[in-house]
Write a protein that binds this ligand. Structure first.
Ligand code: NCD
Ligand code: ZN
Length: 426
């Protein structure tokens, strides 16, 4: 197998080294590493080298809505965004509620080879909230996480059983926390902006009441529980309480809930409609603090492609969801690194190491040292670029960041020593 040398790279944004990659692994790292015998030399130009990013929450729409995204196009978008592993949610058509469907998703991802695509299994059959799936069988078909994401497991008895099974099979249960009775016909966060625009509101309590209930269930029944897309200040308070009592709860926050607020809704642009909705400034601030101090564990994009016919309609009729894979690193760099709140070690932690740890991935989120798998992302922290929907690798173009400028840009992504994405040389 060929030997690749990355020269002048800064692991975690620290001092400059050369990295030699052989047989899919990091062979050596250091200032004096001899790169003269490499088959391919890539000049890192002082850019930041991170472990390949891991996204616990994406929607790749295959099977069923291949017109908006496929495992292949989603893998391309993931690689371009710096990801080497993603977890694709079960709310496809058909729903991923049986082992052979999970196998098919995994196999497609592997044969395309740009990113490890892990199938998420649904908690209930058909996402109907009534009958549990065969979690034990699915856990033998590459399923490490179960979720009815897109829908909440509202029925407390079903949720209790799911938590007990999750404990028995040692898998992660991820909840989309939304009391649907409180969000009927809602398209925006319930607050002054929704009132002003005449939109039906989605109150914070619809999320927080489920998080609180699940927290107590996990305390008493003990399974590993994960809160998808935490979006409110109150959820942060609940998570703080849960963690004080050493609960097994983990949580994610999306880049859009860290960067955007419901002020964007004034445009009535359907690309700003998402579940849970964009909230208010104080929520954004609470979420940022929570990620900084570990109350929220990870960043997950909730990459949710939709066709233009589902987005370019009246706001209330637009489908909720926004693209995230290709913009998330740039957003996290802006909100935390460029703002002086955190360094690249933090980015590696919340976008690679912690998600890999939560999902028990042995080959992801590893230190950048000799003997480790060569799953890597090279980032130029200072390469201003503008988000243009038509330039995205994703099949869909429902990005809420159109026209926005960011600084950090992924230059190269590598999966087990193979380059899965490389930026064009300007
Ligand atoms: C997601 C989707 O489109 O599948 N939409 C969204 O607004 N986030 C489902 C989900 O994550 O809830
Ligand atoms: Zn969701």
């Amino acid at each position: 197998m060929s030997v690749i040398a990355l020269t002048n790279v800064r692991p975690y944004g620290e001092s400059t080294v050369n990295v030699l990659i052989k047989d899919g692994q990091i062979a050596s790292v250091g200032e004096d590493v001899d790169t003269s015998k490499a088959d391919e030399v890539l000049d890192g130009q002082g850019w930041v080298l991170l472990p390949g990013l891991v996204d616990m929450h994406v929607h790749l729409r295959e099977p069923g809505r291949e017109d908006t995204e496929t495992i292949a196009t989603g893998s391309d978008a993931a690689a371009k965004g710096g990801f080497t592993a993603v977890f694709t949610m079960a709310n496809t058509r058909p729903v991923i509620d049986q082992p052979f469907l999970a196998e098919a998703v995994w196999n497609k991802g592997q044969s395309y080879g740009k990113c490890d695509v892990y199938p998420v299994g649904s908690i209930t059959q058909g996402l109907e909230g009534k009958q549990l799936t065969e979690m034990g069988l699915m856990s033998k078909s590459h399923v490490r996480m179960f979720s009815d994401d897109g829908k909440c497991v509202n029925d407390p008895q079903i949720m209790r059983r799911a938590i007990e099974y999750a404990k028995a099979y040692d898998v992660l249960l991820a909840q989309h926390a939304e009391d649907h009775r409180l969000t009927e016909d809602a398209s925006a966060h319930e607050g002054p902006m929704a009132a002003k625009l005449g939109l039906r509101g989605w109150p914070r309590v619809a999320e927080e009441s489920i998080v609180a209930r699940d927290m107590i269930m996990s305390r008493d029944y003990g399974g590993r529980l994960h809160v998808c897309h935490a979006s409110t200040e109150g959820t942060v308070q609940l998570l703080r309480l849960a963690k004080q009592h050493s609960s097994k709860i983990t949580a994610e926050v999306t880049p859009h809930h860290l960067l955007l607020t419901d002020e964007k809704l004034e445009t009535f642009n359907g690309n700003f409609r998402v579940n849970p909705p964009l909230r208010e400034h104080r929520d954004t601030i609470a979420l940022r603090d929570a990620l900084l101090n570990g109350i929220i564990d990870v960043v997950a994009t909730d990459h949710a492609p939709h066709g233009s016919e589902e987005k370019c309609v009246e706001f209330e009729h637009a489908k909720p969801g926004m693209l995230g894979l290709e913009t998330s690193l740039a957003i996290i760099a802006r909100v935390f690194v460029e703002a002086g709140l955190a360094d690249w070690r933090f980015v590696a932690k919340v976008m690679s190491e912690r998600p890999a740890e939560i999902l028990r991935l042995e080959d992801q989120g590893r230190p950048i040292t000799a003997g480790e798998p060569a799953n890597l992302t090279l980032v130029d922290p200072n390469s201003p670029w503008t988000v243009e929907p038509e330039e995205l690798a994703s099949k869909a173009s429902n990005t809420p960041y159109e026209g926005m400028q960011f600084n950090a840009q992924v230059k190269m992504t590598m999966l087990r020593g193979a380059i899965t994405y490389q930026a064009d040389n300007e």
